[in-house]
Design a binder for this molecule. Structure first.
Ligand code: HPA
Length: 273
């Protein structure tokens, strides 16, 4: 069923564009600015594409854009569905595998996240070195499609070191501070308690958020090279005395999103052929 949905989505997309993306992207909450920079974009609402899970959160558009960014053919998923919306984690296979089926080799995931590192404050960007999956879910649960990837997928190098080096080179070239860190995923929708954040710090987390990990797992499984960037929108709960809110997250993401857009453009521009 997933394979059929992916095939149908590809057919629909191919009716309108022959563009073969090199890089796929997922834009997180408040980080839609990059989508507006896609040149000669051919765009699809997720609602038009079979099996694409629809998010329901304000601040998340739901569009796929194919076009070029800094001269590189890209497929950009603007907006994502989250586990906290009641979306089955397995449903996230469809958009990610569609990008792969269209020809993407790499996937750049972005998100808004809370920082557990006091020296990485709101407005800063963090390249993910690894993740901790505390969602108690895995999108690959269920039958495995052996034509797509293995039943037991190794996650030892989930975040591609070469792509991350490329992100750091782009950040240096643009004068944008870029931290490294481990992202811990929860389902939400409740933000964390201060005690949870203290526990997550002991576990080795540098950032916390409600997305990205299911997509990274699906992407590694289907052979995409993965890079991910968190836009830090707040210090994690209990670190600043400010109670968290979705509105606050969106506003901070829009501010940090400016650096993110520059970083992504430079990263693509300097991508080795
Ligand atoms: N926790 C979880 N998700 C988030 C946060 C946070 O502090 N900030 C942005 N997304």
């Amino acid at each position: 069923m997933i394979a059929a949905e992916v095939a149908d989505a590809v057919t629909q997309i191919r009716e309108r564009t022959a563009l073969v993306p090199r890089v796929g992207m997922v834009l997180g909450s408040g980080l839609g600015a990059v989508a507006g920079a896609v040149r000669d974009a051919v765009s699809f609402a997720y609602a038009e594409l079979p099996g694409f899970p629809l998010g329901s959160v304000a601040g998340h558009a739901r569009m796929l854009h194919l076009g070029t960014l800094a001269g590189v053919p890209v497929a950009v998923l603007e907006g994502r569905a989250h586990v906290y919306e009641g979306v089955e984690p397995a449903a996230l296979k469809v958009p990610i595998r569609t990008l792969r089926a269209l020809g993407a080799e790499s996937l750049l995931l972005t998100n808004a996240a809370g920082s557990l590192a006091a020296d990485v404050p709101p407005g800063r960007l963090m390249a993910l070195t690894d993740h901790i999956n505390l969602t108690a879910a895995n999108p690959l649960i269920g039958p495995n499609d052996d034509t797509i990837g293995p039943r037991f997928v190794p996650m030892g190098a989930a975040y591609d070191p070469e792509l991350r080096a490329g992100l750091h080179a782009a950040a240096r070239a643009e004068g944008i501070p870029l931290a490294d860190g481990v992202y811990l995923a929860v389902t939400g929708p409740a933000f964390e308690t201060p005690a949870e954040i203290r526990a997550f710090r002991v576990l080795g987390a540098d950032a916390v958020g409600m997305s990205t990990v299911p997509e990274a797992i699906v992407a590694v499984h289907c052979g995409l090279r993965v890079a991910a960037i968190s836009c830090i929108t707040n210090l994690a709960e209990g670190m600043s005395g400010v109670l968290l809110s979705h509105e606050g997250t969106l506003a901070a993401a829009a501010a940090g999103g400016h650096d993110l857009a520059r970083l992504i453009s430079r990263f693509l521009e300097d991508l080795p052929a």
